[in-house]
Design a binder for this molecule. Structure first.
Ligand code: GDP
Ligand code: MG
Length: 294
């Protein structure tokens, strides 16, 4: 492996409509992007992976900022920060014309507390004049972004220089995924997201935020798909809540998830769910990497 290889996790945050999806789709050329039914129910999800002989960039998004809208509660912020701290780079994206909204200001100052390198992307510069763009770039300098890049995601055809800028900021590291694994990833993550979604629907507040799902096995057989997944919780006391009386809750979770997965894979689905405890996993640096992304 190339000793100059760089790899890492890149989170993109910003208000709805600033161009996050457009950017991701352009970067990924669509084919590797993972579509998930209800992104707002997830902590952080992989949108896709850009992988070549020089770098592996794993793109994530953080729906929390969208969910929180204009009232970013302390608890919500803490939760978002925890997941952002697991990234190697955070990209803050904003609309050149509208920046700085109250929301932008709040997010920007909140991002200052992170120890992660940050990039500000001032998007949609095609809709503003030069003076405005300059002025907005000055305003962004008030925050400690490592790079501030004006861009029009819509009008840009070649993203190679942008990818270079990103790569420079990534740590030297071997890739997290092999090419084989990448082709398998969309389904694994899909399953993960489906189970998580059901957890969000079935349990009260504490459990969804304290849990994460990792698909340990995914076997695509001729007549069925056999899946084993771990549900990681933070505390022992959460285990009986998830299991329910005589196992009723987890059974319901399993059956509903099997049905949802069946709709995608169009085969019989056998899902095994296991509950695991890792005290305070959310507060542990790199917990996400440790769990999901091996
Ligand atoms: P998201 O909500 O942050 O994911 O934003 P989207 O990627 O869905 O983009 C919202 C809208 O802005 C879409 O209609 C895009 O086509 C448009 N958009 C994105 N980037 C640009 C840009 O650079 N210039 C212009 N004019 N429109 C853009
Ligand atoms: Mg979007």
């Amino acid at each position: 492996m190339n000793k100059d290889y760089r790899a890492g996790f890149v989170s993109i945050v910003g208000k709805p409509n600033v161009g996050k999806s457009t950017l991701m789709n352009k970067l990924l050329g669509e084919k590797l992007s993972i579509i998930s039914p209800k992104p707002q129910t997830t902590r952080q999800q992989i949108k896709g992976i850009i992988s070549d002989e020089k770098r592996q960039i794993i793109l994530m998004d953080t729906p929390g900022f969208v969910e929180a809208r204009y009232t970013l509660h302390t608890k919500m912020l803490e939760y978002i920060n925890n997941s952002l701290n697991d990234s190697d780079i955070v990209i803050f994206m904003t609309d050149a014309k509208k920046f700085p909204t109250d929301y932008d200001k709040q997010v920007c100052s909140n991002l200052q507390k992170l120890s992660v390198p940050k990039i500000a992307l001032l998007n949609k510069i095609d809709l503003s004049n030069e003076v405005t763009v300059k002025q907005k770039l000055e305003l962004l300098k008030e925050y400690d972004f490592e790079k501030i890049l004006p861009i029009s995601v819509l009008k840009t055809l070649d993203f190679s220089s942008f990818l270079e800028e990103l790569t420079e900021m990534l740590p030297l590291s071997p890739p997290f995924y092999s090419t084989d694994e990448i082709s398998d990833l969309p389904l694994r993550f899909f399953v993960q997201e489906i189970i998580r979604e059901q957890i969000f629907l079935m349990y009260d507040e504490e459990i969804p935020y304290a849990s994460t799902v990792v698909v340990e096995q995914y076997h695509d057989l001729s007549n069925k798909v056999v899946i084993a997944a771990n549900i990681w919780l933070e505390k022992k006391s959460q285990k009986p809540i998830v299991i329910g009386k005589n196992g009723s809750k987890i059974k319901k979770l399993r059956i509903t998830a099997e049905k949802e997965i069946h709709k995608i894979v169009e085969k019989r689905v056998k899902l095994d769910l296991w509950i695991k405890i890792k005290p305070n996993w959310r507060k542990k640096p790199n917990a996400l990497k440790e769990f999901g992304y091996r």
